[in-house]
Design a protein around this ligand. Structure first.
Ligand SMILES: Cc1cc2nc3c(=O)[nH]c(=O)nc-3n(C[C@H](O)[C@H](O)[C@H](O)COP(=O)(O)OP(=O)(O)OC[C@H]3O[C@@H](n4cnc5c(N)ncnc54)[C@H](O)[C@@H]3O)c2cc1C
Length: 314
């Protein structure tokens, strides 16, 4: 595996594992399968790294008003949502939640920092990781050679870096810039849950909290935008009016696709080159499940689901 070691979208992500669209209280394609597969995979990864990176801290969605409470209860009767939307509402201490909050059952978080540190350490120790930029011009597709490596198949999972890949730069992914902030709060809030109103709020360490992320399709430079940080500060003060200090801000670019589904497939001309991209706003959740679909396609000749196949854009 080649990785240039830059901090990726995955590494700045909140790591939320969430089967529900929290604006409209709906779910999405294969949400249950994705959650189950991810939880099993994290158990398997524990066998390699010695750690399980799943944090059992379910999302509590703060309601804006009574109408949202009613909508949640109505949706919780729905067959698709019954196992995700808890019918019992909770009052959260330490944050403003006049209309209470609803718990998303089965939601959780990935310990993003721990996961990448642990997995990269494991891969490096095994000699599976080359920490350098992949140089496309050095790839000899005909002889299946890259520098001094011989390969059978090559898979590109570059997030928005795919725009520089001459073999797959035409896949229809669009960047969506996301900011998060790290804040110090003047009084503590519940530790074992993930709080959501406008954005997600949860503890990173004893005194540091994560709040984010924003969505922006317009300002796409690699700088921190003051307006986005301000948006986060305002969103946070809605639920946490007490004193707080912003100590850090970070950005990442989500590789999004119009139909909100990943893009998996084989190059139309070079049959040993593959792409895995378009993980959008849910890469932590959907990456694992669809990686298996692509594995089955490459190694076992199992056709890719049409919904995620690169061929849908032909
Ligand atoms: C602020 C924010 C919050 C988010 N929160 C969540 C969340 O809570 N839950 C969730 O499920 N998703 C979340 N996401 C979305 C998630 O981060 C993305 O879906 C996911 O990161 C996409 O993963 P990826 O591997 O495709 O891309 P990336 O994570 O960007 O990884 C691509 C990697 O490829 C490397 N690369 C590219 N080109 C080259 C090259 N030529 N040579 C070597 N290496 C190269 C890059 O350096 C990078 O490390 C969030 C995103 C943002 C920005």
């Amino acid at each position: 595996m080649f990785s240039e070691g830059k901090r990726s979208a995955s590494q700045v992500s909140a790591g939320i594992i969430n089967p529900v669209v929290l604006k409209k209280f709906t779910t999405f394609w294969k949400a249950q399968e994705q959650i189950d597969f991810l939880k099993n995979s994290l158990q398997e990864i524990e066998e390699y790294t010695g750690r399980n990176y799943l944090i059992d801290a379910p999302i509590h969605r703060i309601f804006h008003d009574e109408n949202e409470q009613k909508l949640w209860l109505k949706k919780s009767e729905n067959d698709e949502l019954i196992s995700f939307l808890d019918k019992k509402f909770d009052h959260l201490k330490g944050v403003k939640n006049d209309f209470l909050s609803g718990k998303v059952n089965q939601s959780a978080r990935l310990d993003v920092n721990g996961f990448f540190a642990g997995l990269f350490y494991f891969l490096e120790n095994k000699g599976f990781l080359v920490k350098e930029k992949f140089v496309y011009s050095e790839l000899d597709t005909k002889n299946a050679v890259y520098k001094n490596f011989h390969f059978q198949n090559m898979l590109f999972c570059e997030g928005m870096g795919v725009v520089n890949n001459p073999f797959f730069s035409d896949i229809p992914v669009n960047p969506n810039k996301g900011h998060h902030i790290k804040v110090k709060l003047s009084h503590s809030i519940p530790e074992n849950i993930t709080i959501k109103k406008k954005h997600f709020l949860f503890p990173l360490s004893e005194e540091l909290y994560f709040y984010g992320g924003t969505y922006d399709r317009e300002q796409l430079d690699a700088q921190i935008d003051h307006s986005a940080v301000e948006q986060l500060r305002r969103g946070l003060s809605e639920i946490y009016p007490a004193e707080l200090e912003i100590v850090d801000a970070n950005i990442g670019f989500r590789p999004t696709v119009k139909d909100r589904r990943p893009i998996l497939g084989r190059h139309s001309e070079y049959c040993n080159l593959y792409v895995f991209n378009g993980l959008g706003a849910r890469g932590i959740l959907n990456g694992c499940y669809f990686a298996k679909s692509l594995y089955d396609f490459i190694e076992e000749d199992v056709p890719l689901p049409a919904e995620v196949s690169l061929d849908r854009f032909k």
